[in-house]
Design a protein around this ligand. Structure first.
Ligand code: KIV
Length: 274
């Protein structure tokens, strides 16, 4: 009889169980080599639709397609064996109906092998979150600042600064929690509200620009590495500064190619003698 001792990947239920135990660590990931480096250090990797801006140079996440998310979800799965992997559903792929959301989410799970999806939305998406979770699809919610709504909300600014915003985010978080999300991203929200929601909901809250009061934190990996330097919101910290390192490497490569000092003899194939 064989005994299976292989370590299994963290599951969405493991992430949920961390609430109240210790802070949950998450980053976005989009590619295999970065996922490999990140895998031992995070509880879950989010294949975020931020890849539209970070990797593809789009102005917003609105233009991201399901095919992009699946290709990068597969790449991140190939580079990881420890962390739970969650893939974002892109704009337009789930809002029409709960049935559309199920079809898209099932395709993402089948074609990438990831174990959960994320979707943006509050009270208006609660029925969909319930429909998916009842049918075997773990959902990471996303409330507060919702980048897919940029065309109706008009900007990326922190929320919860007036009674109307506070009431909406409070209601959104409660609705997604009651609908069964295993965790809830709170983006761009003032600390007192993030703290209040974290204390009230059953699911762990994962903050991005939502203060240390959340149960865990997520950041965009290119921000953490100091690669994406177009703009730096207040909540971002560069844990490394790779942009100048990369620039210098490209400049040195160009110089050496022009000077014919690269490739050198050690990089060159020769015919074997004799
Ligand atoms: O797309 C993304 O990267 C996200 C995170 C910023 C939470 O949704």
């Amino acid at each position: 009889m064989s005994v299976h001792t292989a370590k299994r990947r963290l599951a969405p239920s493991d992430i949920k169980a961390l609430k109240g135990e210790r802070p949950i660590v998450s980053l976005t990931a989009y590619t295999t080599p970065v996922a490999k480096l990140m895998d031992p250090h995070v509880d879950f990797m989010l294949v975020g639709d931020s890849l539209g801006m970070v990797l593809y140079g789009l102005d917003s996440t609105v233009g991201v397609t399901i095919e992009m998310m699946i290709a990068h979800g597969q790449a991140v799965m190939r580079g990881s064996s420890n962390a739970c992997v969650v893939v974002d559903l892109p704009f337009g792929s789930y809002q029409t109906s709960k049935e559309q959301a199920f079809t898209t989410a099932a395709r993402v799970l089948k074609e990438t092998g990831c174990s959960a999806i994320k979707l943006e939305g509050g009270a208006e998406m609660a029925e969909t979150v319930d429909f998916l979770t009842q049918r075997g699809i773990p959902v990471l919610g996303h409330v507060g600042l919702m980048p897919q709504l940029i065309n109706t909300t008009g900007g990326y600014r922190s929320l919860g600064r007036n009674d109307k915003e506070v009431e909406k985010i409070r209601r959104d978080a409660a609705a997604i929690d009651d609908a069964g999300a295993f965790a809830i991203v709170i983006e761009g929200t003032v600390e007192p509200l993030a703290r209040e929601i974290t204390g009230k909901v059953k699911a762990p809250t994962i903050g991005i620009g939502a203060s240390p009061a959340c149960d865990g934190q997520v950041l965009v990996v290119d921000d953490v590495l100091g690669i994406f330097t177009d703009f730096k919101p207040r909540f971002v910290k560069h844990f490394a500064n790779l942009a100048p390192v990369m620039s210098e490497a490209f400049a040195t490569y160009a110089e050496e190619v022009k000077a014919r000092s690269f490739p050198g003899p050690e990089h060159t194939f020769q015919l074997k003698k004799g």
